[in-house]
Design a protein around this ligand. Structure first.
Ligand code: PCD
Ligand SMILES: [Cu+]
Length: 806
């Protein structure tokens, strides 16, 4: 017993637990270039795969001649759909219950589609051989406009299911129609709108974009024929899901498959799905008996892997003449591309788009989403928003602005008037969600005050006068957003991916000397899990975070989990971690009581130890307890100190935030300069404020990209016009403004430590905020809405259309 033990506050600080701005432990290797990414993996005798891709968006594949390619020295094999067919691997299931060609089976449906897989001794030979494969195509009429998909002369894209009247999500009314998803009360909403004194209407388009992570997708597949074990290293955001799907598809028993996600250079949703490259690499390794590596290049990544958004949202919002919102109606046309490969939970074909009532207490609402096939790449992943929440937030935050214009009301005031009040939580929304907690008014007032909102509006009015007098060519825009996120999928009872329930897990092993390793079912792609999850455990177990190793991504060692996307790691795996830590503590309590010779209930937890109640100088530290757990015979207690927790969250978490953007627009050049960006985030209990700030900076920069220029654009025959970084806007430090971050802290009532997700929030809130600022700059000239992305040309065009260039 140690009389001289440091005070509570010091012992607590030494743990670097919850709330500490602990430096990221993973950065030691990242900043030295010592990360271990898929392309760093080398295997003896490894071969390389590369794809022959379709130059056409829609064409019949009449023949494929691989003779010349196979004759090239170093080429080992050329796989086509015909080779995969006997294995039933020429098509594969998508995450959305559709199926997708692995390699072109009779036709191609989008530009960049995989047609053949060349395997060679090195990647240069493979690339050369790709050029030698001769494919005879017969061009077919192309469908790029989802609004033309059901016209009588529309080409039929999916001949394989053209006659199916039933799809994975209910009835289909046309071969190019995928599903209709309806939520809310249609009749009641339409009645409210018909009678309302004020109704605003708009078509809000959230364009097609792409996460474009720095590291493209790739894998190394290695089939060991001696022991029957398949190992696949890959850029997987959900390694266990990949293992299960690989087992179901290949027939290889799940225990004989080992999936490893090494370091990942950004995921952002792009690495959730299963791509033909993985399947082809696995098959090629089985066929050749050698490890096969496949790594996409940038163009392949932009053209063929999962896109995001592409939602045409037609909205109507009704209010009383003093600005009380009474109803919201939305019809969305969702362009899904050639296959429905969205990464959404099964019951939610349009993700959580039904969070589109946002932060507002809207009594009646109706949402319908029609999924449509077009000749574009499949996908529909998140891109930093859980399951279509960005679309929903963009929609409602634009509709609020449009309504404010119609009402002649200040948009900040309109929001405050309609916020769900603090005392209304848990709040049941008209479209079926139960918001766990929130305090929107406090956050909003804090934000408005921080930027001196009234002062900004005065300045804007003065600027406008000066503009009208011809003294300046610059307009000032003020963008407001109050978003509500929904993350942490998520109750297994209503959230699954391909039938796999969306729980998550943590397994902890405390070593005899009091350090620990914890493994989780999630996988960091840059978020800093090795840093933050150790902090949760430090607070729960009293073991310093620096003494805890966090490991993720190896299915042979990590407990089963659904992976990292939809900001679910903190709400789900973070909860599992806290609870596993509590199990450790419960056992530690029994051990401590035995060692201190008192009853279990007579000891109490004190930061990093158990002490006898009323006698704090009599204690056993967690270190001592761990040692005893292994080395001392304790009656009735088995040796060791381990715990595992599988956590099925009772509800999702609802982070929120108040963002304000101030920008200046040069009406003659269309250039924008973001002068100020204030972001207040509420993610409940904050684990690591520094990581949160980094997450917010990153998410806001991706929001800037999307709002101000990033786009996957197609021409009328389905050519991707933005398949390189020359055309696809990726902001650099040069374009990135300074951000001011702030917070309020409203814990989640059902999460063991009260934490909500934060990784996606800045994108969900950021996009509407930038867009609202651009729109607001032109409000005085009669503009109600202009479509994103707000690149210089489109802004110039808006100014021109409004007659500002006279
Ligand atoms: N309260 C709180 C919350 C949170 N946190 C932190 O933060 C982070 C995050 O989280 P979260 O929110 O939970 O999330 P996660 O799950 O982890 O992750 C995910 C996300 O994340 C983000 N971020 C990031 N970052 C980086 N660096 N990278 C990447 O990739 C990324 N991605 C993105 C995305 S897109 Mo999706 O997939 O689309 O759905 S979704 C997403 C981590 O670390 C954590 O721990 C803290 O601290 N606190
Ligand atoms: Cu999302």
């Amino acid at each position: 017993m140690n009389e001289m033990s440091p005070p509570k506050s010091e012992r607590s600080a030494a743990l670097k637990g919850l709330g500490t701005a602990r430096k990221r432990v993973e950065d030691v290797r990242f900043t030295q270039g010592k990360g271990n990414y898929v392309d760093d993996i080398q295997q003896p005798g490894m071969l390389f795969g590369d794809f022959v891709r379709s130059p056409y968006a829609h064409a019949r594949v009449k023949s494929i001649n691989a003779e010349a390619a196979l004759a090239l020295p170093g080429v080992v094999a050329v796989l086509t759909a015909k080779d995969l067919e006997p294995l039933s691997l020429h098509w594969m299931p998508t995450l959305a219950g559709d199926k997708q060609m692995v390699l072109a089976d009779g036709k191609v449906l989008f530009q960049g589609q995989e047609v053949a897989f060349v395997v060679a001794e090195d990647r240069y030979i493979a690339a050369d051989a790709v050029e030698l494969v001769e494919v005879d195509y017969e061009e077919l009429p192309v469908l790029v406009d989802p609004f033309k998909a059901e016209l009588p002369d529309a080409p039929i894209l999916r001949e394989d299911i053209a006659d199916d009247l039933e799809g994975a999500h209910g009835p289909r009314r046309h071969p190019n129609h995928i599903f209709t998803w309806e939520q809310g009360d249609k009749a009641a909403t339409e009645a409210v709108i018909a009678e309302a004194p004020v109704v605003a209407e708009e078509m809000v388009y959230y364009h097609r974009t792409h996460p474009c992570p720095l590291e493209t997708c790739g894998c190394v597949a290695s089939m060991d024929k001696v022991n029957g074990k398949l190992t696949v290293w890959g850029t997987f955001q959900a390694p266990h899901v990949v293992r299960t799907v690989a087992s179901l598809l290949s027939g290889i028993a799940e225990h004989n498959i080992r999936i490893i996600s090494p370091d990942i250079g950004g995921g952002f949703g792009n690495k959730v799905g299963v791509y033909p490259g993985y399947v082809c690499s696995i098959v090629a390794s089985i066929v050749t008996g050698k490890p096969v590596k496949w790594i996409e290049d940038r163009m392949e990544n932009l053209m063929s892997t999962a896109f995001a958004r592409d939602y045409w949202m037609k909205g109507k919002i009704a209010a009383t003449s003093d600005g009380r919102i009474t109803g919201l109606w939305c019809h969305t046309t969702a362009d899904h591309g050639a296959f429905d490969a969205c990464a959404d939970p099964t019951k939610f074909p349009a993700g959580f788009m039904n969070i589109c009532t946002g932060s507002y207490d809207i009594p009646t609402a109706y949402l319908a989403v029609d999924g449509i096939y077009t000749n574009k790449a499949p996908g529909g992943v998140a891109y930093r928003c859980s399951f279509r929440v960005t679309e929903a937030a963009y929609f409602i935050e634009r509709m609020i602005e449009v309504l404010a214009i119609k009402l002649g009301m200040d948009a900040a005031e309109l929001r405050a008037k309609n916020f769900i009040r603090k005392d209304q939580f848990p709040y049941h929304s008209a479209l079926g969600w139960e918001y766990d907690s929130g305090d929107y008014h406090t956050a909003w007032d804090k934000a408005l005050k921080a930027v001196d909102y009234d002062g900004l509006r005065r300045e804007q009015a003065e600027r406008l006068e000066a503009f009208k007098r011809g003294e300046t060519r610059k307009l000032m825009g003020i963008g407001l957003t109050h978003f509500t996120e929904i993350v942490g999928a998520g109750p297994v009872k209503n959230c699954d991916i391909l039938g796999m329930g969306m729980f998550d897990s943590c397994e902890i092993r405390i070593h005899p000397t009091g350090s620990a390793i914890a493994r989780l079912g999630t996988i960091s792609q840059g978020q800093g899990h090795a840093t933050t999850f150790a902090q949760i455990l430090a607070t729960e177990t009293g073991i310093p975070a620096d003494d805890i190793t966090i490991e993720e991504g190896d299915t042979d060692t990590a407990p089963y989990g659904l992976g990292t996307y939809g900001s679910r790691s903190t709400p789900v795996a973070g909860a599992a971690t806290a609870l596993a830590g509590r199990k450790i503590r419960a056992k530690a309590q029994m051990i401590a009581a035995y060692l201190l010779e008192v009853h279990d209930n007579d000891v109490e937890w004190d930061v990093d130890r158990f002490a006898v109640k009323g006698a704090p100088e009599r204690f056993k530290t967690m270190k001592e307890i761990a040692y005893a757990a292994y080395n001392q015979a304790i009656p009735g207690v088995e040796p060791g100190l381990e715990a595992v927790s599988y956590y099925d969250p009772p509800n999702m978490t609802y982070p929120f935030g108040a963002y304000i953007c101030v920008l200046d627009i040069d009406v003659d050049t269309g250039e924008t300069v973001v002068r100020q960006f204030y972001a207040l985030d509420d993610c409940g209990t904050r684990i690591n404020p520094m990581i949160i700030e980094g997450q917010v900076h990153g998410g806001l920069t991706e929001a800037l990209a999307i709002a101000m220029g990033q786009e996957i654009a197609y021409d009328e025959i389905g050519n991707v016009k933005t398949a390189t970084l020359m055309d696809f806007f990726l902001p650099t430090a040069w374009e990135t403004p300074h951000y001011t971050t702030d917070y309020t802290e409203t814990p989640s009532p059902h999460h063991p430590i009260g934490a909500k997700g934060v990784g996606e929030s800045p994108n969900v809130g950021g996009v509407p905020c930038f867009s609202n600022a651009v729109n607001d700059a032109f409000r005085a000239f009669g503009l109600t809405h202009t479509q994103m992305p707000h690149d210089h040309w489109r802004i110039w065009k808006t100014a021109n259309d409004l007659g500002l260039h006279a």
